[in-house]
Write a protein that binds this ligand. Structure first.
Ligand code: DAH
Length: 364
């Protein structure tokens, strides 16, 4: 019995063990294969980069490789020797292939470890700032959601308007202060930047017939001196409901429900008689609620029952009596989003809303 053992390499799995149970004397070819095994494993172990591994693979296992040559010489062997020595050759080929793979893997990990060693983990990390919705957008979304639950849909209109849509159709006489050039941005062609979103009442009634139930958020423009509480462009929300038998009670119920959803069930209301050209009667709505700082009354919206003169202006424009003041009634309301957002979010200066300063915006 004879046993041949390749010298154990540092890594255990490379151990090549060939135990031959054959009692006959070994053939010289078998000795040659065994010694090639020893020298090959030695050579593979001493490779120091991946290209040397590749060179070893070609030298040993390539088409003209040293181990390959033994396969060709198998036919020199006798019928008894061939299976035994063939088996040895196979085992050596397997061991050499495994050794090449193992050494290559080790070299690759070493190379990667070297690359990571150059990473300075004390450098500041990369920040991934996450955005947030603008506080006015957040308020607008909540507002739309609440009115949707009451069956209101969204309506829209242009920011650049005709005087007719902004004033005349809304029953606003030519000498009304709102039409003053000092208060309104007029374009050279006589059009203007809408001073309120009530224009969308007219735009909607020009297109639709009752029942009409819309809300219309949008920008409004006034030539105000910009300061902590005024911008020349601000955000309004308009509402309009026209149908048969719409009453002042519906108006109160709708607005009280809306503002209670927004500010809490404790909200108290005051509908103070007021004047708007396009509603009769007209009111200003005051609210008191803990969410608005409690204690004091805050003037928060304008509203009223749509003046029949508005219906008639639309009828005249359309050339048909789609709105019959004998049959149709409606309510309208309007409020500003900016001041509400300021109160709700505790923003002391309205100009923060348009500065685009990350330090401000990231707080919401
Ligand atoms: N348009 C008015 C404004 O800008 C607000 C307003 C008041 C709208 C009464 C309405 C309303 O629809 O009925 O001050």
């Amino acid at each position: 019995m004879q046993a041949r053992l390749a010298p154990a390499p540092e890594t255990g799995i490379l151990t090549f063990l060939s135990v031959s149970l054959n009692v006959t004397a070994s053939h010289p070819m078998e000795d040659q294969i065994q010694s090639l095994n020893v020298s090959a494993l030695e050579a593979i172990r001493s490779c120091t980069d991946e290209s040397q591994i590749e060179a070893e693979r070609v030298r040993l296992l390539g088409r003209g490789g040293e181990l390959t040559a033994f396969s060709e010489r198998m036919r020199e062997l006798s019928k008894e020797e061939k299976p035994r020595i063939g088996k040895v050759l196979n085992e050596v080929r397997t061991a050499v292939t495994a050794a090449l793979e193992e050494r290559k893997g080790a070299l690759v990990s070493e190379r990667e470890a070297r690359a990571f060693r150059n990473v300075d983990v004390s450098l500041p990390g990369m920040a991934f700032p996450s955005g947030a919705m603008h506080p006015i957008t957040q308020l607008l979304d909540r507002t739309v959601q609440i009115f949707r639950r009451m069956g209101f849909c969204l309506a829209d209109g242009p920011d650049i308007e005709t005087e007719w849509h902004c004033f005349d159709a809304l029953n606003t006489p030519a000498d009304h202060p709102a039409r003053n050039e000092a208060d309104t941005f007029y374009l050279p062609d006589g059009r203007l930047l809408r001073t309120h979103t009530s224009t969308i009442q007219i735009r909607t009634l020009e297109q639709m017939a009752p029942p009409v139930r819309i809300i219309a958020p949008g920008a409004a423009y006034r030539r105000d001196e910009v300061d902590a509480t005024h911008l020349a462009q601000f955000n309004q929300m308009e509402g309009l409901y026209v149908d048969e038998d719409v009453t002042l009670g519906d108006l109160r119920g709708t607005l009280e429900f809306f503002f209670r959803e927004l500010f809490g069930k404790d909200a108290e209301f005051r509908f103070r008689p007021h004047f708007f050209p396009f509603t009769e009667p007209s009111f200003e709505v005051d609210i008191k609620a803990a969410a608005l700082g409690g204690g004091r009354w805050l003037e928060i919206a304008g509203c009223g029952m749509v003046d029949p003169a508005v219906f008639e202006a639309v009828n005249a424009r359309r050339g048909e009596r789609v709105l019959d003041p004998e049959r149709h009634t409606g309510f309208a309301f309007g409020f500003g989003l900016d001041r509400l957002a300021m109160i709700l979010s505790g923003v002391p200066d309205i100009r923060h809303f348009t500065d685009g300063d990350q330090r401000f915006l990231s707080q919401f």
